[in-house]
Ligand binder design. Structure first.
Ligand code: PEP
Ligand code: MN
Length: 266
């Protein structure tokens, strides 16, 4: 895979995304408790993930679904990040959370539902903290890129794009993974791009094959939902891998990354 445009790598903690290495970000959909997050962080790191991701404030389609543990989760994130010396990414859902989150997280995630939240994007543009911007589930690629420009225009050029699937007519998968967007962005823009096959498929058995496809399409990394007991996870358990499944995926990815000359960041 040759890139026409030179990618500007973005660093989260000590991990560079968009450079020569492929990066795996993993963690639970929602941070639940300190013990579970510790177990997940240790587990995923052991299998080769270098960044932890967990949601504290969740944007759920139904107001009756679990909305995240809220501010208490920030202390858990801080504790595990320091204890395991592992960078952490958490989703920000409202600009009023910046003050509390800024010194705890290594990058802000902007979720699919907030890709069009221009006041949030503008605020994040005034910072230097990296932003992982997910594609809106009905967003054109050009709308996604313009959303990124809301951040860079303010002076924060640390933006990573995350393809997480778009809405289509098919109902087998939760979303339709648009891998052409990844190749297109790599050829035409300098943003690093990662792929979230968990939300893109909504089916845990499809996460590994779509991870391989994402790497082959030129993605700079992956965002994978992992939980020791997915069936007991408070959100998105159906698309979440357990440790065995995550380990199998990482083992499959190794030879492909060697072939692509894209060694895993570790
Ligand atoms: C998530 O990452 O857990 C999430 C809610 O993703 P998205 O914004 O892509 O739906
Ligand atoms: Mn999720």
């Amino acid at each position: 895979m040759t890139s026409v445009n030179k990618c500007k790598a973005v660093t989260i903690g000590n991990v560079s995304i968009g450079g020569p290495n492929f990066v795996v970000i993993a963690g639970p959909c929602s941070i639940e408790s300190e013990d579970i997050l510790r177990e997940i962080a240790g587990g995923i790191r052991g299998f080769g993930a270098s960044i932890l991701r967990g949601g504290i404030f969740k944007l759920r389609t139904s107001p009756d679904s679990f909305q995240g543990v809220g501010s208490d989760g920030l202390f858990v994130a801080k504790k595990i990040r320091e204890e395991l010396k592992m960078p952490i990414v958490c989703e920000i859902t409202d600009p009023r959370q910046i003050g509390d989150m800024h010194d705890i997280v290594d990058a802000f995630q902007v979720g699919s539902r907030n890709m069009y939240n221009y006041s949030l994007l503008k605020e994040l543009g005034t910072l230097k903290k990296p932003v992982m911007l997910k594609r809106g589930f009905s967003a054109l690629i050009e709308e996604w890129v313009m959303a990124a420009q809301y951040i860079t225009k303010g002076g924060n050029d640390n933006v990573i794009l995350c393809e997480r699937g778009i809405r289509s007519f098919d109902r087998v998968t939760r979303n339709t993974l648009d891998l052409a967007s990844v190749a297109h962005i790599k050829q035409n823009y300098s943003y690093p791009v990662i792929v979230d096959p968990s939300h893109a498929t909504g089916i845990r058995e499809l996460v590994a094959p779509m991870s391989m496809a994402a790497a082959a399409a030129g993605a700079d990394g992956l965002l994978i939902e992992v939980h020791p007991k997915p069936d007991q996870a408070l959100s998105d358990g159906f698309q979440t891998l357990d440790f065995d499944q995550f380990s199998t995926l990482m083992n499959q990815l190794g030879p492909l990354l060697n072939h692509l000359k894209r060694p895993l960041w570790s």
